[in-house]
Design a protein around this ligand. Structure first.
Ligand SMILES: NC(=O)c1ccc[n+]([C@@H]2O[C@H](COP(=O)([O-])OP(=O)(O)OC[C@H]3O[C@@H](n4cnc5c(N)ncnc54)[C@H](OP(=O)(O)O)[C@@H]3O)[C@@H](O)[C@H]2O)c1
Length: 280
């Protein structure tokens, strides 16, 4: 598979690292671009692939896509339309264009790409950088089953790949794309209050991190083995009249579930709004 990455940055760098590790693609079959020459030099050294920059060669993106089977576009959502519009004449008809951009719809992409160009939208999250990410994957009607399999194989080293309809991507943003930040906020709150309760700062931080990791592993095992849901795991640590029962009651009395739902609604609404802002 010949892979081209336009905008080899944080997110596409994590996808590339996973794909190289999993053997889904060979470094010599990867071509990438960045905007600045400094970034190109840095990420070329980091990943061991060829990287050119728009700064050094304004035709860099055009040259990079010439042979590509898959073009993974990693520029910011606000730059998607301009990048794709510029690129369109140089794409081969069979090249699959894959987006990781929040908000930008396949209809917007199709409007500026050649008619019939295969398009797959994806929504990854940052735990992908440690091989434990979530990727929502929504093919447009122009993508065949073979295109989808090729794109899925790219994410082989990334974590959990969930096929969805494009209309469901805002929910994926809310439930996975933005969700690591909710967990980090919980860890922050636990750390801050553990300090206030007299624990040493570094110990409090390490305890929060180990607890999030341990609870995450228990939950993943429970779900994968179909033996325990999150609710069952929670109930198992809530002895009647015990400490955890009191703690969970305090969270629920304070509206914990409603707050999480409001946070997820806000993320999904912003995703849809970005679709309007950065669309055509
Ligand atoms: N980070 C997340 O949590 C996350 C989660 C899900 C989806 N995403 C999506 O991932 C995308 C990138 O986000 P990021 O955080 O990875 O950003 P980033 O690290 O800033 O990467 C953006 C890359 O695009 C390059 N670039 C900008 N304009 C370009 C052009 N015209 N041609 C070629 N390359 C160009 C930049 O080069 P320079 O370094 O030279 O500017 C950089 O390499 C966004 O669409 C975002 O919605 C991110």
């Amino acid at each position: 598979m010949k892979l081209t990455i336009l905008g080899l940055g944080t997110m596409t760098g994590a996808i590339l690292a996973g794909a190289l590790d999993a053997g889904a693609v060979r470094a010599e079959d990867v071509t990438a671009t960045t905007r600045s020459a400094a970034s190109a030099e840095k990420v070329a050294a980091q990943h061991g692939v060829t990287v050119t920059s728009q700064e050094r060669d304004e035709r860099a993106n055009h040259a990079a896509v010439a042979e590509a089977d898959i073009v993974l576009v990693g520029v910011k959502p606000k730059n998607m339309v301009a990048t794709l519009t510029d690129l369109a004449p140089s794409l081969r008809p069979e090249t699959v264009v894959v987006s990781v951009a929040a908000g930008v719809t396949s209809a917007t992409m199709a409007a500026v790409l050649p008619a019939g160009q295969p398009i797959v939208r994806t929504m990854p999250n940052t735990p992908l950088t440690v091989g434990s990410g979530v990727v929502g994957l929504a093919p447009a009607a122009t993508a065949t089953a073979a295109h989808v399999r090729a794109v899925e194989s790219l994410f082989a080293g990334s974590g959990l790949v969930v096929p969805v309809e494009e209309e469901q991507l805002s929910a994926v943003v809310a439930a996975a794309g933005s969700a690591p930040a909710y967990v980090f906020l919980l860890a922050e709150a636990i750390t801050t209050h553990a300090r206030a309760m007299g624990l040493d700062g570094a110990a409090a931080e390490a305890m929060a991190a180990a607890t999030v990791k341990g609870a995450g592993l228990m939950l993943q095992r429970g779900i994968e083995s179909e033996e325990q849901t999150a609710e069952q795991l929670r109930r198992a640590v809530m002895s009647p009249n015990g400490t955890t029962e009191r703690a969970v009651a305090a969270l629920q009395d304070g509206g914990f579930e409603a707050l999480v739902a409001a946070a997820m609604d806000a993320a999904a609404a912003r995703d849809r709004q970005m679709g309007e802002e950065f669309g055509v």
